[in-house]
Design a protein around this ligand. Sequence first.
Ligand code: ZN
Length: 389
Amino acid sequence: MPPPEHPVAIVERIVHNVYLSCVSGPNSDCKQHFCSPAAPCRVARELLAPFLNSSSWNTAVKTYKVDAFFSNVEEGVYYPHPWHINTRVRKAVLLSRYRVSRTICSAGGTYRDRGVYVAYDFGSAQGCAGASEVVIKAWASGSDVEYHREVAAYKILDGCPGVPHTLGSAQYEPTCDVYVLPMQKLGPTLSDLVSLLPNKRFDAPMVLTVAIQMIERYRDIHARGLVHGATKPGNICLAPRGAGPPGMLYAIDFGFAIPLADHLPLPSAHRIDAVGNRRFISVFAHHGISKSQRDDLESLAYTLADLFHGELPWDTPRVWRLKMATPASKLFCGMDECFHEFWRDIKALAYGEIPDYDKMRGRFVACLEDHEKACAPLSWWDLWDQHNG
Ligand SMILES: [Zn+2]
């Protein structure tokens, strides 16, 4: 029989106050705790030791409310309904160490919710005092196809340069009924960066730098047998500040990634649903034709044109018809010749044909060297700091 409501509330308040007095007492050098009574960090657990040993503490609090926290960390997020995934991931400590603080994005209907969040990781020896920020990807349903694609893709891409690494495997979190994948937190996206710039555009050396890096990314991703299927400015991130190779750009979001069918020399005979961002997917993908290497590079070409012009010629509801009817001379108007050559190479690729990445990259490198004679090399983070005042 469940305990009556009223005494439970009293016990919860007592437990909460005992915990608060322990963690904020004179022995604590941590200003703010992101952990909870149900999942205390290592430091909080030690502070509580005089009162309770950790196993009896667990027994005492695990069955009570899971959303009792000691500090509020929500950063201006509206979460409307208790069933919404944004609400659910905030009700509990995830995997006993992650506390969601901010929503990056969330999508899906009632049965297929998914979201990306920034969270504090208080699982280190310093507890909440040493909490670092991580990214949490969460799915409400374990049968969500994007969940399986993404988890499989990150396994295949483990250790691949310019792909975020996961912090452990994806797991089910029973306290809020979601599937959780913790990941390294990267810098802002190119979409965030371009929106800060006064004219909302990248200059030629910046676009060339993106081209060079992303051709390298796709060379490595394709070599591992995957098509990304989601190239756009919002899915390219700066490296974490002060970490990784300087200037490295990362490809993110592998929810649309599909295996390269190297045993199948032909595109699937069945029409495949056109998935991905409509502004950036290839013309073939609009028509439901199986994606391969050439489609990632075509989406990259659109991404480069969008970053240079600040818009695409088909920013209207008639996307694919305009996309088919736009000549390269318009798409790459005012851009260096290497972009036109890149386009000609992509359009000459057959389904599943391996692109000559080195030749494509080499032309962008040569063009960038010409530009760099006139200007200093680019630092993404300096640019970000300069405009994010
Ligand atoms: Zn704590």
